[in-house]
Design a protein. Structure first.
Length: 111
């Protein structure tokens, strides 16, 4: 094979196939059967990981629920404070208007 033919052949091949063929000249086959000793350990490990994942999910859900409850309580408390402030403001305005009316009527009586 000449140098020009080799270069042409290299251009045709995808770059990934070059790397793969250099690293792993023969593709490895995945084992299809589990060894009898490993299946019990693997099952135990999978069970443990599933339990751990379930526990983490429960903890995360509890944290979310607590956060939502906190937000709900904070909103309710804020709404109560806003309502009280509104009532106080309206009462203050009503008192000021009443004093103004008294002052205006007193001024009319004097004049």
């Amino acid at each position: 094979m000449t140098l020009a033919a080799y270069r042409e052949k290299m251009r045709e091949l995808p770059l990934v196939s070059l790397f793969c063929s250099c690293i792993l000249p023969q593709p490895k086959e995945k084992p299809t059967k589990h060894t009898p000793q490993g299946t019990g350990q693997e099952a135990e490990l999978l069970k443990h990981l599933a339990e751990k994942r379930e526990h983490e999910r429960e903890v995360a859900q509890k944290a979310i629920d607590e956060q939502n409850n906190f937000i709900k309580m904070a909103k309710e408390k804020l709404e109560q404070r806003m309502e009280i402030n509104k009532e106080n403001r309206e009462a203050h305005i009503a008192a000021m208007l009443e004093r103004l009316q008294e002052k205006v009527s007193a001024d009319w009586l004097i004049n």
